[in-house]
Design a protein around this ligand. Sequence first.
Ligand SMILES: NC(=O)c1ccc[n+]([C@@H]2O[C@H](COP(=O)([O-])OP(=O)(O)OC[C@H]3O[C@@H](n4cnc5c(N)ncnc54)[C@H](O)[C@@H]3O)[C@@H](O)[C@H]2O)c1
Length: 283
Amino acid sequence: MPGLDGKIALVTGAGGMRGVGRATVMKLAGQGADIVLSDVHREAADLPPAEVRNEWGGIDTVSEEVQALGRRTLPIYCDLSDPAQIERMVEQTISEFGRIDILVNNARAIIGKDKVPVTELDKEVWDHFLSINTTAVFLCTKFVARHMIDAGNGGRIINIASNAGKQASANGAAYSASKFAVIGLTQASAMDLAPYNITVNAVCPGPINTDRMSYWERDQAQERGITQEEFRGQIVENSAQGTPLGRIAEAQDVANMVAFLAGEDASFITGQAYNVNGGQLFH
Ligand SMILES: NC(=O)c1ccc[n+]([C@@H]2O[C@H](COP(=O)([O-])OP(=O)(O)OC[C@H]3O[C@@H](n4cnc5c(N)ncnc54)[C@H](O)[C@@H]3O)[C@@H](O)[C@H]2O)c1
């Protein structure tokens, strides 16, 4: 019997064609979980070029893929900058599936506008990053954990942080602050929820070969007269060279760690922040 048979998992940021969210959803569903998939509606200008070209259907398409595995799904559009929408998403999940066993906080603010020195960083950009990358993780944890406690079956909360949540770099103030905060939130909520057998852990990937939208990459490509995808290819190649294991992470590498933390073998692990980075960073 698959390890997550009968479990209900809620995954945010699940609609990207090559994102960690989709890989995670497919991995958890492959192990038997039913899946609530959440994402925000994005304009074409905010989508990676390949998603526009392929007329990618976001969480609706991923939902069909999960159903093809024989699992139940519930796609929910939710803008994580709005606390009321987060509360509604959790309530909708409970009224449809009755409970939530696994929460994966995977979504993040679209990157790029944050990639400036701290002296040039707009407060609106800072606020947006903290709102999606940190406050929404707190609110999803708060609302979902209340139901987990009431149900009395324990639970798993897995927050996708980053290398940048342990080691900042230049032009990364908003992103790093938001991810450092996720690790602090992970530790504190692990303590608060331990009495209810709810574990809370973080996963800290290094660079991943996702097709994420980045305004910074789009602008850099334009300046160089190449396509956004060509510029992205250069980043992937450089990243492989700077990684001891000689390649960039695939979304699947991160999904594998999430599935481990969601499964029975991780039942005595909580408050931890696991690196998935090919040896780039050791603490
Ligand atoms: N891609 C990388 O190189 C990398 C490296 C380290 C850590 N991570 C982390 O891994 C996770 C997944 O990364 P990815 O590259 O697959 O993600 P991504 O950049 O493609 O975005 C994740 C999802 O968040 C959603 N999102 C954006 N704004 C939202 C909003 N307002 N409300 C709801 N959802 C919203 C997007 O629609 C998208 O589906 C993120 O937490 C990211 O910080 C990624």
